[in-house]
Design a protein around this ligand. Sequence first.
Ligand SMILES: C[S@@+](CC[C@H](N)C(=O)[O-])C[C@H]1O[C@@H](n2cnc3c(N)ncnc32)[C@H](O)[C@@H]1O
Length: 198
Amino acid sequence: MKLNLIEKIITNSPVRAFGQKHIEGRLLRKMGSRNEYPLCLEIGCGRGIGAKIIAEQFGAGKIIATDFDPEQIEKAKRNLKPELKDTIEFKVADAMALDEPDEKFDAVFSFGVLHHMEDWKKALKEVARVLKPEGEFFFEELLKPFLDNFLIERLTAHPKGGRFTLQEFKDALSAEGIKIINLKRINNIVILGAGRKQ
Ligand SMILES: C[S@@+](CC[C@H](N)C(=O)[O-])C[C@H]1O[C@@H](n2cnc3c(N)ncnc32)[C@H](O)[C@@H]1O
């Protein structure tokens, strides 16, 4: 589901970029088990801050960063630093139907994306499909109780089907053969974590 105006302003703001780089990125980096992830995929990359974090903090040699909104991909391409042009490739793609072969990536990243999809389990299936065995999945997701909040419901646009509890998320990962290796939950608001494909 495309972002509404309020979310677009928040997502594309310097505050979000700062938090993603200095808080989420650093927390997630500590949750993985390897020093390097040579080939990475990001789903729902927005304007491309996550891809830069993956390049700079996760030892990625190559990143394919995708979003289904062509406007966000254009923004990401425009913002890309010249020195990262050979490392990051931005392209339009629906995370629920990735045009990538099975078992290609060392790591897949989702910074606040799955809860934007009516069928988030379909995207999770795709994540598991494109990960190599032992590949790692890094995620940051908002939880159902937060998205169901009266004010959040009115200010943002999230599909009903994209709202999940922590237990539902854990069960869905397990169903796709992804074992959680680290997880941090901040109240009933947000989770950050890493899982490994078995
Ligand atoms: C809240 S934004 C997060 C953007 C970025 N990852 C960040 O952390 O700033 C969610 C992003 O997911 C994208 N998105 C939503 N549904 C998608 C889908 N089915 N496939 C790919 N991207 C999707 C939206 O276009 C948006 O850029």
